[in-house]
Ligand binder design. Structure first.
Ligand code: FAD
Length: 406
């Protein structure tokens, strides 16, 4: 009998949890498992703000895909997915084509600029290892160049972060720790540096406990971050950004570095494939299959699930992506083995959220308990280590884990 072919797209949190569970549950005689990813490494997306600010080397945030998959059971293809032909049940890669019987789409999200002019061209994003390296090097370059300029342009030292959501605030926390080091390294007076957080919404960290938000804002302000809340960015230019000022006017903020950390959408591959989607995310069925697709599962940032309690989508998180990976693996195994009964319904088990404010501070709610400062920071590192554990077990935690607990 022909063995079914399971193809998993993306070696991020969702994809790797799926594959590591599938390789345990299925024998080589039961299925062919294929994993396809752009790089031969996985990166911890949730640590990218550290690599982007330069507080953690980019090699610390990634590990080889090979180190967590069993190559005798899983075929790994390093390639870029370009399209999914659902009618022909095949995936188009930059290197060829791969057919599937069951497809798991875990390609993560992409930055969303909401059509704001100039952002794509002039703003950095925090999206992957390449963008992290580029942003860190750019900031370093600005400080190095300022140090040797005769006619010093102070705006070179201005950094604008667009977005006061999770990514923006975590990046600001790292930046606020990194900038004093850069000033020391390049003999620059700290008072010359400006760090702005520009946010269109009227609040910082929407959805977070207000008391914790107050703590985060006070801490970042103390370290020199200036918040411009309720201030939509209207455009970006090579010189900086244009923001709304009042109802009709605009203001220019000159800046050597602009970082856009305000929007995530799903994968453009989803849009291209013709699978029913909303902003490149698939509103999945309870068993995590795409609507009207018996053999396609979608998870992580390219999936969309509504939290019925508040009638809003769950935020895209690694926590949910990994939990979905477990459910998808069990459901695929059930189909492959031809087991009777309905597929498992996915129910998120939200254990809490911790937002770091640099290596040494954080805010969060874990098991309904509010945490700040070193306790929250300790918890954040435990969460980071847990993600490693879930995919690579204790050996990966020992190799890549965060042990600089306070
Ligand atoms: P990802 O983990 O992003 O993986 C997608 C994979 O697909 C990547 O390996 C990518 O290279 C690959 N890929 C993409 N396109 C292609 C293609 N065309 N061809 C081949 N391969 C491709 N969530 C939390 O729960 N807690 C946090 O504290 C937290 N902090 C965050 C901090 C930052 C700075 C950021 C940016 C995000 C944070 N998140 C956090 C969100 C979390 O990182 C995402 O929700 C999570 O990464 C989604 O997992 P995923 O498996 O869907 O995709």
């Amino acid at each position: 009998m022909r063995k079914p072919k399971i193809v998993v797209l993306g070696a991020g949190y969702g994809g790797l949890v799926t594959v590591t569970r599938l390789q345990k549950a299925l024998s080589v005689d039961e299925a062919n498992i294929v994993l396809i990813n752009k790089n031969d490494y996985h990166y911890e997306t949730t640590w990218l703000h550290e690599a982007s600010a330069g507080t953690l080397h980019h090699d610390r945030v990634r590990y080889d895909v090979d180190s967590v998959i069993n190559r005798s059971k899983v075929e790994f293809i390093r390639a870029e997915v370009q399209d999914i032909k659902i009618d022909e049940k095949k995936v188009i890669l930059n290197t060829g084509e791969v057919e599937y019987d069951y497809l798991v789409v875990a390609l993560g999200g992409e930055s969303e600029t909401f059509g704001i002019e100039g952002l794509k061209e002039h703003a950095f994003t925090i999206s992957n290892v390449n963008t992290a390296r580029q942003l860190r090097d750019h900031i370093d370059y600005q400080f190095a160049t300022y140090a040797l300029e005769e006619d010093k342009k102070d705006e070179r030292l201005t950094i604008v972060v667009g977005g006061a959501g999770f990514t923006g605030i975590e990046f600001l926390g790292e930046l606020a720790n990194r900038v004093p080091e850069l000033c020391k390294e390049y003999d620059i007076d700290y008072s010359k540096v400006r760090i702005y957080c520009v946010e269109a919404a009227p609040m910082v960290l929407p959805g977070f406990d207000p008391e914790l938000v107050k703590y985060a804002v006070a801490l970042l302000e103390k370290k020199g971050v200036e918040f411009k809340i309720g201030t939509p960015i209207k455009g970006a230019t090579p010189e900086g950004i244009i923001v709304a000022k009042g109802e009709t006017e605009t203001e220019v903020i000159k800046a050597g570095t602009v970082v856009w950390a305000a929007g995530v959408r799903g994968s453009s591959i989803i849009e291209k494939s013709g699978i029913e989607n909303m902003r490149a995310r698939v509103k999945v069925n309870p068993d995590l299959r795409a609507p009207n697709q018996e053999d396609i599962f979608v998870l992580g940032d390219c999936s969309l699930m509504i939290n019925e309690e508040i009638n809003r989508p769950y935020p895209p998180t690694a926590q949910i992506a990994m939990q979905q990976g477990e459910t998808v693996a069990r459901n695929v195994v059930k189909l492959v083995k031809g087991e009777e009964g309905d597929l498992e319904t996915f129910v998120p088990d939200l254990k809490g959220t911790v937002c770091s404010l640099g290596d040494d501070d954080a805010i969060g709610v874990v098991f309904d308990k509010k945490l700040t400062g070193t306790k929250a920071s300790f918890m954040k590192k435990m969460i980071d280590n847990r993600a490693l554990f879930m995919i690579g077990g204790p050996s990966l935690v020992l190799k890549k884990g965060k042990f600089n607990v306070l």
